[in-house]
Design a protein. Structure first.
Length: 149
């Protein structure tokens, strides 16, 4: 059983690691001229989960677990940069759907590459075995399950 001090230290280490990962990814993106917020990045990645047809704003809000107004602001910014476009629903003209553009797909590839480079930078001190153990532990935390690693 861990102590409150140990848990507090772990929480602080996780926050520091998260910030370090964010800063590294941001540097990677800046080096290729991409200016995008973490929330916009998340929305772009979420768009790829809708394979049958572009989602409605309400669909995105539900998937992102935010209020629809927050999605509107994100879409406004992404539309301005050419990453997404609003398109009318062919079955119901009152419904607007959000579609990923070619620019958006390109930005997603750049984001993925930046995330991978940032992760490689952070994980560089770990051996392959340590990375596998760490990945298993993180999966347990993300999934909310306890597994022996």
């Amino acid at each position: 059983m861990s102590t409150p001090d140990a848990d507090g230290l772990l929480a602080e280490q996780l926050l520091r690691l998260s910030r370090r990962l964010y800063r590294s990814q941001k540097r990677q993106l800046e080096s290729v001229g991409v200016a995008i917020t973490p929330a916009q990045s998340r929305l772009l990645r979420t768009l790829t989960h809708f394979s049958d047809s572009p989602p409605r704003m309400a669909d995105l809000a539900a998937r992102l677990e935010v209020v629809p107004r927050a999605v509107t602001s994100l879409v406004d910014g992404l539309e301005k940069s050419g990453c997404v476009r609003r398109v009318p629903d062919p079955a119901n003209r009152r419904v607007t759907r959000i579609e990923l553009t070619d620019t958006g797909r390109s930005v997603l590839r750049t984001l993925r590459d930046a995330r991978l480079a940032a992760a490689e930078d952070i994980l560089a001190p770990l051996s392959r075995e340590q990375r596998e153990t760490f990945g298993g532990l993180l999966s347990s935390l993300v999934d909310g399950t306890a597994q022996d690693c």
